[in-house]
Design a protein around this ligand. Structure first.
Ligand SMILES: O=c1ccn([C@H]2C[C@H](O)[C@@H](CO)O2)c(=O)[nH]1
Length: 152
């Protein structure tokens, strides 16, 4: 039985670059499935969970507008459904390549992320051309109210 190829270099250890690339791929694929007929603004999100698994989501709009759901909320739902409870990193893709405005999470989603993340959890913001900027949660939601306020 043939073993590994002699002399082949060992696979590189996982790095934050490959993790970010995997999050970008998952979020971009989810964005492709977004249901955004009203805003036409498609968004994808991907979460690196505590288990090392990646959970993706897209925005799901509704004819009754307030019933629409953001991509981040969909991804958080997928994570919780699968049994993970901590967000190690989250990545969002939306908007136009090179647009001045970044597709940062809305206020409600910042709070949703807070439930499962820490002040130093990275939030990567991408456009369809790639990574634009990384914020820590504490920068987007300073002095936040969270589970610790309720002794959790
Ligand atoms: O971070 C964001 C910002 C916006 N949206 C969605 C909500 C709505 O469907 C559309 C326009 O606001 O984009 C997200 O999913 N995530």
């Amino acid at each position: 039985m043939a073993g590994p190829e002699q002399g082949a270099p060992p696979p590189p250890p996982p790095s934050s670059t490959t993790t970010t690339d995997a999050l970008i791929a998952a979020a971009a694929a989810a964005r492709g499935n977004a249901h955004a007929p009203y805003s036409k603004f498609k968004v994808g999100a991907a979460i690196l969970g505590e288990s090392g698994r990646i959970f993706a989501g897209c925005n799901v709009e509704n004819a009754a507008y307030p019933q629409g759901q953001c991509a981040e909320a969909t991804a958080i739902g997928a994570m919780v459904t699968a049994g993970d409870r901590r967000i190690r990193a989250i990545l969002v893709i939306g908007g136009e390549a090179g647009a001045e405005e970044l597709c940062t999470p809305c206020g409600g989603c910042r709070q949703r992320i807070r439930e499962f993340a820490s002040p130093d959890t990275p939030i990567h913001i991408c456009d369809p051309a790639g990574l634009r900027r990384t914020f820590l949660l504490d920068r987007l939601l300073p002095d936040s109210f969270g589970p610790t306020n309720l002794d959790f």
